[in-house]
Design a protein around this ligand. Structure first.
Ligand code: SF4
Length: 52
């Protein structure tokens, strides 16, 4: 199953949209600080671009 409608609360990202929508065409998620993730707090969206 491929994620088709990811929701995101990072509302200072350029790709963020109302209703917690991610408007990026694709997202790239990595382990926090390159360490093996043990839970959902240890993953990060690398597609994030801060809003100017
Ligand atoms: S690119 Fe990542 S951080 Fe930005 S809105 Fe989409 S999921 Fe959230």
């Amino acid at each position: 199953m491929i994620a088709q409608d990811p929701q995101c609360e990072v509302n200072n990202c350029t790709y963020w949209g109302t209703g917690n929508k991610c408007n990026a065409k694709a997202i790239y998620v990595v382990s926090h600080k390159g360490k093996k993730a043990s839970n959902n707090k240890e993953t990060d969206c690398k597609t994030f671009v801060p809003e100017i």
